[in-house]
Design a protein. Structure first.
Length: 454
């Protein structure tokens, strides 16, 4: 049978399904048998992919790289800085603008969320591949909560993923606040789905949050940040750690989505990446950790190794400070599982997730634990822990839950066929090592965790 050209009616059917958020794979399955008999599922999928890359929409003006009036453009300036630090004078000569214009543009890029680093004399600027070092909050939650401190943990929300579960997040926050009195919520990483994290990720993303090329990656990151803003209930204090999906956006675009979100929302507190801590009292703290790697055969293995490493560090700190009374809870995101190990004085928790079963999990044969965790700390007069109560609140997956929420600006991305290239390259990281605390930094509230490098 000769190959028939696609008709306008068939293309209209493809475009309609794309506008409804269907992926090319889903469209291939839906239209097979409903169009010309020569069309295979794979040929329809390819047609939908090509059509998707041809969809265009007005770019966001708040990302400088797409604003023709901005000189030098964000992307061009960032590409110039990729090779190494540059002086203000060199940037001025490159783009034929004054040093004052260069400093203004760099400040605007920093305000947007680009990951820039400047020299002490502010005469040189470059880009950094190191995780930002962020101090833990200087206050303790008991300062605000009193003798009973309740916290909610909503991990791995993956805003921008078509499998994200914002309705479950909203329901979890309602239950935690109204039934348990929770006013503080913690997210140990992956608040956004990121760009270019794994092959085929575009088919797991909301259309507005997809990026098929470098030029559109910045728009996709901003859209994911806006969706995270929409999905995060207001009226509470949120403490946000960055995860590997969030960091992928920094690698691909230089934009830090977690920092961008925290700038948009003063009720969301930026905790950097990988690991940080949050103090309940001066004797009790929560350590947030976003590990790497897949789910091990024994689900408790990663948590046990983290607790083991933390126990060694706690012992060294106790010897140094002559104080053995500190209790800690290690909360590890990333694995999308629920597990509670109350082995005081160091307890461990995998808090679940708020992303359903995407294509990556399907290929791995993994089932996500959708839901959130509430920890209730009963504190003694001396600030020590008397009891920790654990509550797991599970939810069923809602298919295409993103359609129940508004899209940012109602816009969809523009796509081209240019490949998405990495901004940085890294040596493989030793997955067995737990991030080690810098012994030169303080351990109390306001002290810093080691969150830099790989």
């Amino acid at each position: 049978m000769s190959r028939a050209l696609y008709t306008e009616k068939e293309d209209k059917m493809v475009r309609k399904l794309l506008s409804e958020g269907k992926t090319p794979t889903e469209i291939g399955e839906l239209l097979h048998g409903k169009v010309h008999p020569s069309r295979t599922i794979e040929s329809i999928r390819q047609r939908a992919s090509r059509t998707l890359r041809g969809i265009s929409s007005p770019p966001r003006a708040d990302i400088g790289e797409f604003d023709p009036k901005v000189n030098p453009p964000d992307r061009a300036l960032f590409e110039f800085l990729r090779a190494g630090p540059r002086s203000i004078e060199a940037i001025s000569n490159k783009f034929n603008v004054t040093p004052a214009v260069v400093r203004r543009r760099l400040q605007e890029m920093d305000d947007i969320g680009y990951s820039l680093v400047t020299s002490a004399d502010r005469q040189d600027v470059g880009i950094t591949s190191a995780r930002p070092r962020v101090d833990s909050p200087a206050i303790t939650l008991a300062d605000e909560e009193g003798m009973v401190v309740s916290v909610g943990i909503a991990s791995d929300r993956h805003a921008g993923s078509s499998h994200s579960q914002p309705s479950a997040v909203k329901a979890f926050v309602d239950i935690a606040s109204h039934e348990y009195g929770v006013r503080h919520f913690i997210d140990p990483g992956d608040v956004t789905c990121g760009v270019g994290v794994y092959r085929g990720q575009e088919e797991d993303q909301v259309p507005v949050a997809r990026a098929f090329n470098t030029k559109q990656a910045g728009v996709a990151v901003q859209a994911q940040v806006d969706l995270a803003d929409i999905y995060t209930p207001k009226g509470y204090q949120w403490y946000q750690l960055g995860g590997n999906h969030d960091w992928a956006s920094v690698v691909k675009t230089g934009l830090d989505p977690v920092a961008m979100l925290c700038k948009q929302r003063p009720d969301i507190h930026y905790l950097g990446y990988d690991v940080n801590r949050l103090w309940i009292t001066d004797k009790i703290y929560i350590r947030l950790w976003h590990p790497s790697g897949g789910v091990p055969y024994a689900k408790s293995y990663r948590l046990q190794k983290g607790i083991e490493s933390q126990a060694i560090e706690a012992m060294k700190a106790a010897i140094r400070d002559e104080d053995t009374s500190v209790t800690s809870v290690l909360i590890a995101g990333h694995l999308h599982i629920s597990l509670w190990m109350p082995e005081l004085p160091i307890a461990g928790l995998h808090p679940g997730c708020f992303e359903g079963k995407n294509n990556y999990l399907k290929r791995k044969g993994l089932e996500p634990s959708i839901g959130g965790t509430i920890l209730r700390f009963l504190v003694t007069d001396s600030g020590r822990v008397q009891r920790i109560e654990h509550t797991w609140i599970a939810f069923d997956e809602v298919e295409d839950d993103w359609k129940n929420f508004p899209l940012p600006d109602g816009r969809e991305n523009a796509y081209q066929s240019e490949p998405l290239n990495a901004l940085y390259s890294f040596e493989p990281r030793d997955e067995s090592r737990f991030p080690i605390e810098d012994p030169r930094r303080g351990l109390g509230p306001g002290g810093s965790e080691y969150v830099g490098g790989r």
